[in-house]
Design a binder for this molecule. Structure first.
Ligand code: NOJ
Length: 553
């Protein structure tokens, strides 16, 4: 790639190679000590993110919300919930981040609003047949008196996807009953969201992460789900899709028209980007969402779901580079977020629970050393790849999932809608530790915490890792620094041909060899300058199992 194009990419098309750090505002840092993280808290910790070496922050929702789904139930898209601060705080965040060369990405939740949103309240009051109801998915029920839901769709969080209101109609909610789905065939809804995009872009947002980007359009007539799909949610429902009829709400073709309208809005501004949260498989389908006039990026969930396994990793990387490359988009790489079991825990298991189900005290408990060792290796393997990369808060500390959180503390609607059968996602959302000896491990000064932190978090605290050679934090810093230095985000990828044993896999990006030893005997480290290793000790000159090394050839 030419020098000119490279510098252009660093500017206008920064997202092609950016490392984006996900902040879950409830759990990052709490400025006012009420036990709930907030925007002033984020600002107070920006220096540590600058030191880490990230390019942008994606903040999960901080908008006005009754918090029934931790803020993914938005009551006012143009304001900040007092729990997190106010619009001034947001402006300060953008300004303070900018001083540190960090961009702020906002989380847009367009599939549904909160039931407390003014439009939904108006819809309830206006009654059947009104234009107010047209903005949502209201339908008459089946059965003699409309007492049965309009179809057999289930909520992703468990239970039915329909709730009946007093006048007898039903409304659709693919998630919690307090998250009614918008009707995206409605012109007002479309105009409103373009205006919301502009609202945040005008305030300096670098772009958007788009929630449930694949669900906006529902098949006309809202047909029943085929039998085998009824109990499945999210990406599980997607998988059998090609074998049965098209899915009536995941990945309908009509969504592309909406994305293109949004892209036009973003293109009115410089340097802005959108990333789709779309659990759409296979990657060849997902990649269509990132065609030049659609999303800039999509989360590569195919990669996230790939276990620490040589053949499967090789296949998913090939597939990603090929499919996203075919539409001129960068691939993204991601291992953790606020909806999945943290990868430091996930990788401890050979078989893990389904996405969204979580791990509770009754589940077999993980071997955290094994998990962390593999997680460090997996991240070192990931961060050498060309494209955009996502990091979830706390993974730079090697933080495990809270796997013993008792039911009484659970807040994820999944837990309640399944009567505790699926414990849900709270285990990856626990406030992160900053200082071992401080109240709530430095999350705030009062010791309060909306979810209790497990004692083991003490030893993962940032202050226990800063400046400590070999700590997970220092490993992440080193990886991000070298990634920048060698411009790996823009790099030229090829598999390392000299295979060294059947349990290793390597690739070369811009002269840097990234080599993994999966689960076998030691392998020799090729000649060159060793830049880093996912485990500390390389004095023996060999790469042990579950270990990755970066070598400058
Ligand atoms: C995906 C979000 O990441 C998740 O946390 C949320 O519960 C659902 N979408 C519904 O908005």
């Amino acid at each position: 790639m030419s020098e000119t194009l490279r510098s252009t990419n660093a500017g206008r098309e920064w997202w092609r190679s950016a490392v984006i750090y996900q902040i879950y505002p409830r759990s990052f840092a709490d400025g006012n000590g009420d036990g709930m993280g907030d925007i002033p808290g984020i600002i107070s910790r920006l220096d540590s993110l600058q030191e880490l070496g990230i390019d942008a922050i994606w903040c999960s929702p901080f908008f006005t919300s009754p918090q029934n789904d931790a803020g993914y139930d938005v009551a006012d898209y143009r304001d900040i919930d007092p729990l997190f601060g106010n619009l001034n705080d947001f402006d300060n965040l953008v300004a303070e981040a900018k001083k540190r060369d960090i961009r702020i990405i906002v989380d847009l939740v367009p599939n549904h609003s909160s039931s407390e949103h003014a439009w939904f309240q108006a819809a309830l009051n206006a009654g059947p047949g009104s234009p107010e109801r047209e903005r949502y998915m209201f339908r008459d029920g089946k059965g003699e008196n409309g007492e049965l839901p309009p179809n057999n769709w289930g909520s992703v969080f468990g239970g039915p996807a329909w709730t009946r209101v007093d006048d007898g109609q039903w409304y659709l909610h693919l998630f919690d009953s307090t998250q009614p789905d918008f009707n995206w065939e409605n012109k007002e809804v479309r105009e409103e969201f373009k205006s919301i995009l502009r609202f945040w872009l005008d305030r300096g947002a670098a772009g958007f992460r788009i929630d449930v980007a694949h669900a906006l359009i529902k098949e006309a007539g809202l047909p029943d789900l085929a039998e085998q799909l009824t109990t499945m949610s999210g990406e599980d429902a997607e998988r059998p899709k090609d074998r049965v009829s098209p899915h009536p709400f995941w990945g309908q073709e009509g969504v592309h028209e909406i994305i293109r309208e949004w892209r036009e809005v973003l293109d009115e501004y410089e340097d802005r980007a959108m990333c789709a949260e779309a659990w759409i498989m296979p990657l060849s389908r997902m990649a269509k969402w990132t065609r030049p006039d659609e999303y800039h990026q999509a989360f590569n969930f195919g990669y996230l779901e790939t276990p620490w396994d040589k053949e499967r990793l090789q296949a998913v990387i090939d597939d990603s580079l090929k499919e996203f490359g075919a539409v001129g988009a960068p691939s993204t790489w991601v291992l953790s977020n606020h909806d999945v079991i943290r990868h430091a825990t996930r990788m401890a298991y050979d078989k893990i629970p389904k996405q969204g189900d979580g791990i509770g005290p009754d589940y077999e408990q993980p071997n955290i050393d094994r998990g962390l060792r593999r997680a460090r290796a997996a991240t070192a393997f990931m961060l050498g790849l060309p494209g955009g990369a996502y990091i979830y808060q706390g993974e730079e500390l090697g933080l495990p999932e809270h796997t013993t959180l008792e039911g009484e503390y659970r807040q994820d609607p999944t837990f309640f809608r399944t009567q505790g059968k699926r414990v849900g996602r709270d285990g990856c959302r626990v406030p992160i530790p900053w200082e071992k000896e401080a109240p709530a491990f430095g999350f705030n000064e009062t010791g309060q915490s909306w979810l209790p932190q497990p004692d083991i978090y003490a030893s993962y605290s940032r202050d226990q890792q800063v400046g400590i050679e070999g700590s997970t934090l220092e490993l992440y810093k080193k990886m991000l620094k070298l990634r920048k230095k060698y411009e790996l985000g823009h790099g030229d990828f090829s598999w390392h041909k000299d295979s060294i044993g059947d349990h290793s896999l390597g690739y070369v990006n811009s002269g840097v060899l990234v080599l993994a030893n999966f689960t076998g005997s030691n392998i020799p480290i090729p000649q060159g300058e060793i830049l880093l290793s996912s485990q500390n000790d390389l004095s023996s000159g060999v790469l042990e199992h579950d270990q990755v090394v970066w070598v400058k050839l």
